[in-house]
Design a protein around this ligand. Structure first.
Ligand code: UD1
Ligand code: MG
Length: 450
């Protein structure tokens, strides 16, 4: 059965108290809406439609950043969840499989749960994802007879007896596209909120003699984000899950609670992560690498046996080959560091290629930016870059070349050459002592004068 996902993401999220649309708040470094898209990806959807409203342009951009083929349906006014799904109709033109509706603010629905939901369509025309709520609060209640779902009643519209029901609506549901669209067209807004409730499709389907069923999942999966506090609780949960997963994968975390992961962090077996390391999005670490304390990594790749940190910063496009060493207070951006090369202290290597076994001395800077353009630095293999060398890009250092300490390199250095680019040293005999004596005498005089 082919599947189309419809992700509802038009709401403002007033309780976040934020200028940022709720579904763009990050969890594990990715916007909430991307988590919903990732969950939905388990169903290998043929089409995905994101319904946008508040901050629609930015929400569409985030969704398409994850998958450029995503379709966007605008909901100019938020008149309710059924109205939101109705906006996807044009984008679903010509699609004839099942529609699965997800919320953009509900990041933890698992792929297995969605597969179970989709599979339950074999038995029912409409299938709703429900959960047993510890505290049912204001959730919609699922009114059932045996294993048949009769209708969903919203908290505001529910009787005392209905409010006592603990089986609640997650908001996720599925039905055949034509059926769902026709049911939605029949939904009215004569209810306590004056909204078009998606939940009404269940009662309407029963009126038409169709069958509706429930798939029950763990309450934790249905957790929706409405406030900053809930977002932080969700972050803690995601971090706990990531920690458990990497440990399971054979990674050593010396102080697990102090390591911060992104939703997409990948770490190989027998890698060691020391305390207080942050993995921003887009990081892959190969087996046996060691990331030492207080390092911050983003959009980078660290190969087998490499050592990073302590206090290193790897920025997007940093690619470290096997056995590379990157030490303290070193920043690397958009640069390939070849096998066995070392950048051990206090350096900035940006927009550069560094060859095999090259050693970059302490305090080396690639001066990659002229204020308008970025330029590349190319350093060959077995090069020895002297401490405090400024490499004014664009510039090339040939294989087995050297630079003198303190050099300011503005033109290419041939293979095997030594570049000295600094003022020659002049020693003035006795001058240091004479100068000091003179200065001290001057200081003594001014004190007397006071
Ligand atoms: C909804 C369900 C409720 C369920 C609960 C689970 C309805 C009528 N009620 O209630 O049964 O227990 O979710 O959390 O569906 N949205 C739009 N456009 C709109 C309205 C909403 O895109 O016009 C989006 C929101 O941004 C949000 C989602 O749909 O992501 C759910 O809307 P929300 O207002 O939170 O519904 P609830 O009242 O929580
Ligand atoms: Mg809600």
């Amino acid at each position: 059965m082919s599947i189309a996902l419809v992700i509802l993401a038009a709401g403002q999220g007033t309780r976040m108290n934020s200028d940022l649309p709720k579904v763009l708040h990050p969890l594990g470094g990715a916007p909430l809406v991307v988590h919903a898209l990732k969950s939905g990806a388990a169903l290998a959807p043929e089409r995905t439609v994101v319904v946008t409203g508040h901050g629609g342009v930015a929400v569409a951009k985030a969704a398409r950043g994850w998958d450029p083929d995503i379709l966007i349906a605008e909901q100019a006014e938020q008149l309710g969840t059924a109205h939101a799904v109705a906006q996807a109709k044009a984008a679903l033109e010509g699609f004839s499989g099942d529609i699965v509706v997800l919320y953009g603010d509900t990041p933890f629905i698992s792929g297995e749960t969605l597969e179970a939901l989709a599979a339950a369509r074999a038995a029912h025309d409409v299938v709703v994802l429900g959960f047993e709520a510890a505290d049912p609060g204001r959730y919609g209640r699922l009114v059932t007879t045996g294993d048949r779902l009769e209708r969903i009643v919203e908290f505001k519209d529910a009787s005392e007896a209905e409010r006592a029901i603990t089986l609640c609506n997650s908001g996720v549901l599925t039905a055949d596209a034509a059926t769902l669209i026709s049911l939605i067209e029949a939904v009215g807004n004569a209810n306590a909120s004056g909204e078009y409730y998606l939940t009404d499709v269940v009662g309407l389907s029963r009126d038409r003699g169709l069958s509706a069923g429930v798939v029950v999942c763990d309450e934790a999966e249905t957790l929706g984000i409405n406030t900053r506090a809930e977002l932080m609780a969700a972050e803690a949960r995601l971090q706990a899950r990531m920690r458990a997963e990497v440990l399971e994968d054979g990674v050593t975390l010396i102080a697990p609670e102090t390591v911060h992961f992104s939703h997409d962090t990948v770490i190989g077996r027998d890698a060691v992560i020391e305390p207080n390391v942050v993995f921003a999005p887009g990081v892959t670490i190969e087996s046996g690498a060691r990331i030492r304390s207080f390092s911050h990594l983003e959009g980078c790749h660290v190969s087998r046996g490499a050592i990073v940190g302590p206090f290193a910063r790897l920025r997007p496009g940093a690619e470290l080959a096997e056995d590379v060493h990157v030490g303290n207070f070193v920043e690397i951006k958009n640069a390939q560091i070849a096998e066995g090369a070392k950048v051990n202290h206090l350096s900035y290597i940006g927009d550069a290629d560094v060859g095999e076994k090259t050693n970059i001395g302490a305090g080396t800077i690639t001066c990659n930016y002229d204020g308008v353009f970025k330029h590349r630095t190319t350093i060959g293999r077995n090069v020895f870059v002297g401490s405090n060398t400024m490499l004014v890009a664009p510039v090339k250092l040939g294989d087995r070349s050297m630079t003198a300490s303190g050099a300011v390199i503005t033109s290419d250095v041939p293979d095997g050459a030594m570049a000295v680019a600094r003022a020659p040293q002049v020693n003035k005999p006795g001058l240091a002592v004479r100068l000091m004596d003179k200065l001290r005498a001057r200081k003594a005089q001014t004190k007397e004068g006071k």
